[in-house]
Design a protein around this ligand. Structure first.
Ligand SMILES: [Cu+2]
Length: 157
């Protein structure tokens, strides 16, 4: 019985709302002030493309390798019937984002804090990593990260 009482709130939490994309057109504290210039200077003719599948409850692959100063398309595919998100507090402060691309088109976005990938949809984050490092990312829907929906982004030369 103790075990059941513990599990119940967690299961209820899994149906929690994923919220909405958080796209900032004004520079938030701690983000790259040079993001628009970095985006403009990057070569977008042949971006690195990294595809990540979002499932219940993991990212596949969960460890990503990105290259500093490279134009990159991060493609997030959610083929499940649940909404998922990608949040990466420190990573998003260290990248310049050109745009978010979703089913309704592209949204220019120098600074992004959260991307929601609704059930059955695909979203792309077009970005340029500006600093080296290892950055955690996760789905912030209640309980999902605790169930394993998180990973690591390595930015290397
Ligand atoms: Cu999730």
């Amino acid at each position: 019985m103790r075990r059941l009482l513990f599990i119940l709130p967690v299961v209820l939490g899994l149906s929690a709302c994923a919220g909405e994309d958080v796209v900032n057109t004004a520079l938030p504290p701690g983000y790259l002030s040079a993001a628009p210039e970095i985006v403009a200077a990057a070569d977008w003719s042949d971006p690195d493309t990294i595809t990540v599948t979002l499932s219940n409850y993991e990212f596949t692959p969960s460890e990503l390798t990105l290259h500093r100063d490279r134009a990159t398309r991060l493609v997030l595919v959610n083929s499940t019937t649940k909404d998922h998100t990608m949040v990466a507090a420190q990573f998003f402060k260290e990248v310049a984002v050109r745009q978010l691309v979703g089913p309704t088109g592209a949204v220019p976005a120098p600074w992004v804090s959260k991307v929601v990938v609704p059930a059955g949809q695909t979203k792309e984050i077009w970005l340029v990593p500006a600093h080296y490092g290892a950055f955690r990312f996760e789905c912030d829907v209640t309980g999902h990260s605790a169930f394993g929906m998180n990973g690591l982004i390595n930015v290397i030369p």
